[in-house]
Every structure is written in structure tokens, then in C-alpha cells.
Design a protein around this ligand. Sequence first.
Ligand code: AMP
Ligand code: MG
Length: 272
Amino acid sequence: MKTAELIGQLRVDPGRPARLAKRDPGDRLGLVDKQSSATHLAELVAELALLHNRLRAEARRSLLLVLQGLDASGKDGTISHVFTGVNPQGCSVHSFKAPVGAELAHDYLWRVHAACPARGEIGIFNRSHYEDAVTVRVNALAPKNVWKRRPAHICEFERMLTDEGTTVLKVFLNVSPEEQRKRLQERLANPEKAWKFRREDLDTRSRFDEYMSAYDDVLTETSTDWAPWHIVPADHNWVRNFAVAELLVGALRAIDPQLPAPDPELKGVRIS
Ligand code: AMP
Ligand code: MG
């Protein structure tokens, strides 16, 4: 499948319902298996590194990857696998937790705006301002009139970022309840991963359907022409990595960052 076709398949068309329930988390997107798609993934990772270098050199525009998904949907794994070739200089990752201290003393977008990538950079949000619309709603952390108006704020916030030179690429990792159960169980049993498991995760797990229903609404309300959502099937890690790499490369190709013209004074200079 061509990059543009794949992006079209994953995108939530603005103005249309996200219909999470109709999207198969086990979809392989036409790929046969991990081995046969490995070369293509390696090519995408290499292209990502090249385009990121140009983005840095141009230093005019930026790319923000917003990664959302339930626990164990693969947000951490996506970041570590897809960005293996990317220069850490000019790339930042921000993991959003429940707000504390000064964060609570400001509006919910304050900390988010401060974490957005500078010109020439790729920024990665591991969770994001969407927690303020979804988690806050599911757990009744604020009254309905407060969370209900947030999708509209968020659309305008992202429009401003886009107008000012940031491409906002939004990805929802769609994991099935059965695959999440397996992963959480493995997480508990593996000493290298058990630290990720907090008691609150059991409560979140028990609200799987409520989360999906809230996401369904919020993805629908916030998929815009300037910052559409993409729903990535996440039950197979290799499909997920491939899809996110395609989305990133597609976004960077669209930005088409330009290398600065060489200094004419340096033409033909011989280094002694
Ligand atoms: P983790 O990503 O596993 O480290 O967990 C971070 C936790 O912080 C998750 O349970 C999120 O739902 C929670 N969180 C992140 N941002 C917010 C927010 N704005 N409001 C409430 N909870 C949040
Ligand atoms: Mg967690």
C-alpha cells in the first residue's frame, strides 16, 4: 500500500464519526508478517532520520507527534522503536502525568504549550492534552461543563500551532481488551516491566469500555483539517511501528524541509 493510501485509511475524516468499535485492533494493514516488512520499516526509519536532519537544518518549522492510547497500547514501545535512527539532538519526548503543583495552578494547556517543539525540532507527546478531555471525563475529575468545552479549545489551540509552523500529527493506538489483558499480565510477571504497573491501572482497566466511548467522542470532535486523528491498529507491535513510521515520514515529506543554500563565499574553498 502506498503511504498516502495508508494514511487515508487510518485517518479519521474531519466531520465524520471516528467509529472506534468498527476499527480492528488486529488489522495487519495488508502486511504479511514481521520479517517481510522489516526491510520496509528500516527504509522508513532511515528516511525519518534524513528528513529530521533537514528539518533541523532549515530551522523554520516543527513536527509534533501526539501519541494517545490506553495503558499497554504501546506508546513507549512506539517511541523506542520508530525513533531508533533519529538524532536525539532536535528531538524531545514529553510524558504527561496527572498534573501537580504549578501545573494545577494554571489552565490545562499551559504545560502542554511549554512542551511544544521549537522550530527545527520533532516533539513527541507520550499522552497529552487529550488526557484533560478523556481521563478527566471518565474519572469525573472535573464537572461536565468543564471537560465538555475542552475539545473546542483544543481544536483552536492546534490551529494556532499549525498556523505558526508546527505540523500536528495525532495518533491513537488502538489495542483490544484481550491484548491489553495479556500485556498487563505479562507486565506484572516481568521484573523489567513490573515498575510500570501501578495499582490505579487496575481501575483504568476495569473502565476500558468507558474510555473507548469517551475516546470515540473526543477523536470525532477533534479530528480537523489542520490536525486530523489517525487510528493505528496496535495489537501487533510490528504493524503499529510500521504504521506510525509511515505517518511520520508522510508528515515530514509534506513539510518538505529545505536545506539552507550553501554560502557562495565558500564555493571552491580548499581547506589547508
Ligand atoms: P503512564 O503514562 O503510565 O506513566 O501514566 C500516567 C498517568 O497519568 C495515566 O494514568 C494518565 O491518565 C494520567 N494523566 C496524564 N495526564 C493527565 C491529566 N491531564 N489529568 C489526569 N490524569 C492524567
Ligand atoms: Mg501506566
